[in-house]
Design a protein. Structure first.
Length: 53
């Protein structure tokens, strides 16, 4: 969705900086999702290890 907003902003204004800033936000959101997934996996693994003890 952000990609579409970024593209529309660029088409309407011709301002490449608006496009680049929104793409950067999209990248940040993707990084946050990856970190959340890794954290969840670590918590699940930790939980399983505790059960074995």
């Amino acid at each position: 969705m952000i990609k579409k907003i970024a593209w529309d902003a660029f088409k309407n204004t011709g301002d490449i900086n608006a496009f680049l800033e929104l793409k950067q936000i999209e990248n940040i959101e993707n990084n946050i999702k990856e970190i959340q997934e890794i954290t969840n996996l670590n918590l699940e693994n930790h939980s399983e290890i505790k059960k074995q003890d």
